[in-house]
Each structure stands twice: as structure tokens, then as C-alpha cells.
Design a protein around this ligand. Structure first.
Ligand code: SF4
Length: 373
């Protein structure tokens, strides 16, 4: 089963904390879709004979694209590969875009899952993040979407400037009351090339420290799990059957093809397992979409091992100890590291599978690094 990702690189303006590849405004949207159709046609062989299980429109702000443009690209893809009967077609949307019947049009071209960039239900938090929607729009968009789409997810951010436990609790309560079947919780991370990073570095803005961030994360875990959301990945929580199929497939190292500037792909050929990435440049993409690729790597044994460890630990399927064995035994250093992690309460072992505990999820990357010789 194959998944597809499309990076739609347009936003109204850049949010203060965001370092994704994008350009402000939608002037080149039609040109972008023309280029997207060319790129898709030029890579048609990757879809031939494949069943597509999930398509994810990310960005950027895909909800700024017209449903008819999205629909015509979906028709092109359907003519090149075949859609699984229960295909997930997900689109990332900003709440302020879902007005005037847009949600219905998205649904009519085949989108069946919306991932809403809510981030918060507090006007102070939204202002500090530079977001364009109001708390009222966020709640209305989530509830309307839940009536129309099979699955609705919302993103929340914790650890913004001035955040405290009560403000964060307010966001969690509203998320639980919103009818969304899926919640993604992100701890604000300061990315070097952002406005927020510069403000924090210059002392103009203060953000909660790592200890507070850890507290917010544990608060989210407790609240969402108590309300029936299963914790299936470090940052993701879902009611039964509502996990993101596209994301889960990529974490399980299943193949996916990415289209658009900066999009990544992972697939297997006779050469081996390949990771590729398109160049992060809209202008170059528009002028030569058939040769958008800017990076290509055939994964060796070590890269495959590292990826498997990093990705397996992030999801609730865990990592089989068998995978860490050299011959029939675990290397001494690894036994020692596992023992220390167990003492700290970061991991549990069940039937020879290693799982992270709630505390362990806070240290997922550190734990993975310990297990990689
Ligand atoms: S809307 Fe999303 S992708 Fe666009 S700038 Fe803001 S955070 Fe980044």
C-alpha cells in the first residue's frame, strides 16, 4: 500500500514560530498546480499498479487552494494508480478558511479527513503565535467539520510565551469538547530562523522552560487518555479508528511519494530503500517540476537500523528486542543502557518488545540514541 503527500507551499503570512518551507500569498497557486500535474505525470511509473491507501495535503496551508484544483489533481492520480476502497484523503486546514461552503466543496472532491491548525482556543495564545483565527472560529470550524468528515483532527501547541497550567488546561478542555476524534499536541520548539527565536534570544520574549514543557506534556497525556483518546505516537492521540493513516504509514516505514517543493519520499526499488527530497524552491519547481528532486540517498544497513529504532520507539507498537540483538545476544552496553532506562521508569518490556512509558515519551530521541551503537 502506498501513501502520497503533497506540499502546498502557500500561507497568508508566516507565523512567528514556523520554519516550514513556504511563500506568503497565493499569486502562484494555479501555476503551482500546473507544475504539480507535470511532476505527477513525470513520476507516473511510481504509481503504476499501486494501491494508494492515504493521500495527505500538507504545507503551508492547503485550505488556501481551491477545491476544484485539489479535485483535478486527485482525478489525475486516480487515473495513474488505484485508490483503496477505504482511502484516507486528508487535508490540513486553517479554521478561518472553512467559511462559505468551502468544507462542503472539499468533501465533494473526496477529502474525508481534516486536520485543523487550531493551535489554541485562547485569544492571547493565538495572538502571541501570530495566528489569524479567533477561538470562536476554531471551535465552530472543528464542530462543523466533525459533522461532515469521517475524521477531524486538531493541532494544539503548548509552551507558548506566558503559558501556564491553567491556560493549557483550558485548551485541553475545549479540545475534548470540540467533537474532534484526533488531537496532535506539539511542544513549542524554537527554530533558529524564526521571529520568535530572535525575540527570545534578544530577551524581548520569555517562553516556559523545559521543566514546564514536560509538565504540559504530561498534563495533556493524562487529560486526553482519561477522555478516551489513545496515545499512539509521541504527539498524537486518537479515538479508536481515527489515527492518521498517512502519518502512521510513514512512521512504520511504509512507502510514500511526496510532491511539491521540499516534499520527501521513501520507497523501495531494485537499488534498495531510497529517501529522496525535492528542492525547497517554488521558483525552481515552477520552472522545472519534472526535475524537482534535490536529494537522493540509498539507505545502507546502518541507516535502516537507525530509522527503525527511532521510528518504532515513537509509536505504540514498540521495538522488538530481537531487532537489537547481535547474533543471539544483546551487546553488554545495550543491556546496561536498557537496565538504566528501566530503573528510571522510561521503558517497559513485554513479550520481548520494548515500549516507552509516559515519562519515556519525553526522552524518545535520547533513548533511541542510547540504543544505536
Ligand atoms: S499557517 Fe502553519 S505552515 Fe503557515 S506559517 Fe503558520 S504554522 Fe507555518
Amino acid at each position: 500500500m502506498l501513501s502520497l503527500y503533497v506540499h502546498i507551499p502557500f500561507c497568508r503570512k508566516r507565523c512567528s514560530y514556523c520554519d516550514f518551507y513556504l511563500v506568503a500569498g497565493t499569486l502562484r497557486m494555479e501555476d503551482f498546480f500546473e507544475a504539480l500535474r507535470s511532476e505527477t505525470a513525470s513520476r507516473a511509473s511510481l504509481l503504476k499498479g499501486e494501491t494508494i491507501g492515504a493521500i495527505h495535503f500538507g504545507g503551508g496551508t492547503p485550505s488556501m487552494a481551491s477545491p476544484s484544483l485539489l479535485g483535478s489533481w486527485l482525478e489525475q492520480v486516480a487515473s495513474l494508480g488505484s485508490f483503496a476502497p477505504d482511502i484516507e484523503i486528508a487535508l490540513e486546514a486553517n479554521p478561518e478558511d472553512l467559511t462559505g461552503g468551502v468544507a462542503g466543496e472539499l468533501h465533494s472532491v473526496g477529502v474525508n479527513r481534516l486536520s485543523l491548525g487550531v493551535q489554541s482556543f485562547s485569544s492571547e495564545k493565538l495572538a502571541s503565535l501570530g495566528r489569524a483565527h479567533s477561538p470562536r472560529e476554531a471551535m465552530a470550524a472543528t464542530r462543523d467539520a466533525a459533522r461532515m468528515f469521517d475524521s477531524v483532527s486538531l493541532d494544539l501547541i503548548c509552551g507558548v510565551p506566558g503559558e501556564n497550567r491553567d491556560a493549557w488546561q483550558g485548551d485541553l478542555e475545549r479540545a475534548k469538547a470540540s467533537d474532534a476524534q484526533h488531537v496532535s499536541v506539539y511542544m513549542l520548539s524554537l527554530e533558529p530562523r524564526t521571529l520568535l527565536f530572535r525575540d527570545v534570544a534578544a530577551g524581548r520574549v520569555r517562553v516556559p522552560d523545559d521543566g514546564d514543557q514536560a509538565g504540559f506534556y504530561m498534563q495533556a497525556l493524562k487529560e486526553l487518555k482519561a477522555s478516551g483518546y489513545g496515545h499512539y505516537e509521541v504527539s498524537n492521540f486518537a479515538m479508536p479508528g481515527h489515527h492518521s493513516r498517512y502519518n502512521l504509514a510513514s512512521w512504520k516505514r511504509e512507502p510514500y511519494i511526496g510532491y511539491g517543493p521540499s516534499a520527501h519520499s521513501f520507497f523501495r526499488t531494485e537499488e534498495g530503500e531510497l529517501r529522496t527530497a525535492n528542492e525547497a524552491s517554488l521558483s525552481r519547481y515552477l520552472s522545472a517540476p519534472q526535475s524537482a528532486e534535490g536529494f537522493r540517498e540509498v539507505l545502507g544497513e546502518r541507516e535502516r537500523f537507525e530509522e527503525q529504532v527511532f521510528l518504532s520507539l515513537r509509536i505504540n507498537c514498540g521495538l522488538a528486542i530481537e531487532f537489537l540483538r547481535k547474533g543471539n545476544t544483546l551487546p553488554n552496553e545495550m543491556m546496561k543502557a536498557l537496565g538504566t532506562m528501566q530503573e528510571r521508569g522510561w521503558i517497559t518490556l513485554k513479550n520481548d518488545v520494548l515500549y516507552l512509558t509516559d515519562d519515556g515519551f519525553l526522552f524518545a530521541d535520547l533513548i533511541a540514541a542510547e540504543l544505536i551503537p
